[in-house]
Design a protein around this ligand. Structure first.
Ligand code: NAD
Length: 360
């Protein structure tokens, strides 16, 4: 079992990563000295697979478990879902010490995290991520949110968990498409932070796709280590943390324009990372060899990497300017200068982007 500490002063916490550690959840909770009433948020799919193990572990450790089951899918990451969970918590007598345990992928983690951040102005949050994407990204770093009908993650907060427990064994039941989706965010860490990690991924992508446990533990550890380093330097995205959005400006536009139905989040990020690398190359910021390596790894991960043919440049541009990362009308683009290093650019004009978009 590997322990990674996210050092944020009073808001510090550990990420525990290992194989077969889910049944130990109750024991981990005891070390946190939280209340005995636990709101366990999950969805029907994950509950069917892992509910019994988690509930037993918590009950055996002396906790009373209330199960808040939410719908499976992005469309349930809403204020209406959060309200149902507030009702359950309130009616069951959850108080300020009662922890919320998020058992599931990013949808469950973001929604449960938002409830934990806002119920009684904040109760302890424990993230138990069960998708690869959630283990390497969404469960770490404290961004919690629900969607608004007009935009994704519009209503949210920065709210750190007090523990993240990532059991690699749960990835055995994860559909291949979701494994690939998680790989997109993992490749992102290599591009933004570490050429060495990117090279390791180039060598081991086959083992990862084949579900090799040792390789999966390694990528979850490395990804969490990189994310922790970035978040420690800039918890609330005043500057550096924006590099984590590499691939997300185009990715969010693609997700929105295809109504969150055609692509998973990771797939859209795959398309966005290649688009941003091509933009960097067209601006002579990135060499052709590095562009080729980025394209090749995204492709080998089995992710889409071309913008959908039917998307109009005008619509993509329109979405860019609706992104919540636009501040004072300025668009922020994260562009690689080489593998392992990116720049945050706020000087890209509409004309530059339109010209580039027309090149595809
Ligand atoms: N907070 C952040 O920093 C952050 C970062 C990245 C993404 N996100 C958010 O995360 C969400 C996407 O998360 P996701 O990719 O985990 O999708 P998801 O939560 O929708 O899960 C994908 C699917 O996998 C299923 N599943 C989960 N665990 C499983 C398991 N072990 N075995 C079998 N099936 C399993 C789920 O039921 C679901 O059908 C988006 O809403 C995105 O905005 C948040």
């Amino acid at each position: 079992m590997e322990l990674i500490k996210v050092d944020l002063g009073a808001r510090s916490y550990n990420i525990s990563i290992g194989s077969g550690i889910l049944p130990d959840l109750g024991r981990y909770l005891k070390e946190l000295q939280v209340g005995k009433r636990v709101l366990l948020v999950t969805n029907s799919n994950v509950w069917r697979l892992y509910g019994k193990i988690v509930k037993e572990s918590l009950s055996d450790a002396g906790y009373r478990v209330l199960v808040g089951e939410i719908g499976d899918g992005e469309e349930y990451k809403t204020l209406a879902t959060a309200e149902r969970l507030y009702d359950l918590a309130y009616q069951s007598g959850c108080d300020r010490l009662s922890p919320v345990v998020a058992l599931g992928g990013g949808v469950v983690g973001d929604t449960a995290g938002f409830v934990a951040a806002t119920y009684l102005r904040g109760v302890p949050l424990i993230q138990v991520p069960t998708t690869l994407l959630a283990q390497v990204d969404s469960s770490v770093g404290g961004k919690v949110a629900v969607n608004h009908p007009r935009g994704k993650n519009i209503i949210g907060a920065f709210y750190q968990p007090c523990l993240v427990l990532a059991d690699i064994d749960v990835l055995k039941t994860l559909p291949m498409r979701e494994i690939r989706s998680g790989l997109a965010e993992i490749i992102k860490y290599g591009i933004i932070w570490s050429e060495e990690f990117f090279s390791w991924l180039e060598e081991n992508i086959g083992a990862l796709l084949a579900g090799d446990a040792g390789s999966l533990v390694h990528v979850v550890q490395e990804s969490c280590r990189i994310k922790a380093e970035v978040v420690e330097a800039d918890e609330t995205e005043g500057g550096l943390r924006a590099i984590l959005n590499y691939g997300h400006t185009v990715g969010h536009a693609v997700e929105a324009l295809t109504r969150y139905k055609k692509y998973t989040h990771g797939e859209a990020v795959g398309i966005g990372m290649v688009a941003a690398a091509r933009l960097a190359w067209s601006l002579k910021l990135l060499g052709f060899a590095d562009l080729s390596r980025i394209e090749a790894l995204v492709r080998r991960a089995g992710l889409p990497y071309e913008l959908p043919e039917n998307l109009l440049v005008e619509d993509i541009m329109e979405r860019f300017y609706h992104d919540k990362k636009v501040i004072g009308g300025n668009l922020t683009f994260v562009l690689p200068g080489c593998i392992g290093k990116v720049d945050i650019r706020k000087d890209l004009t509409r004309d530059i982007l339109i010209n580039f978009s027309k090149m595809r």
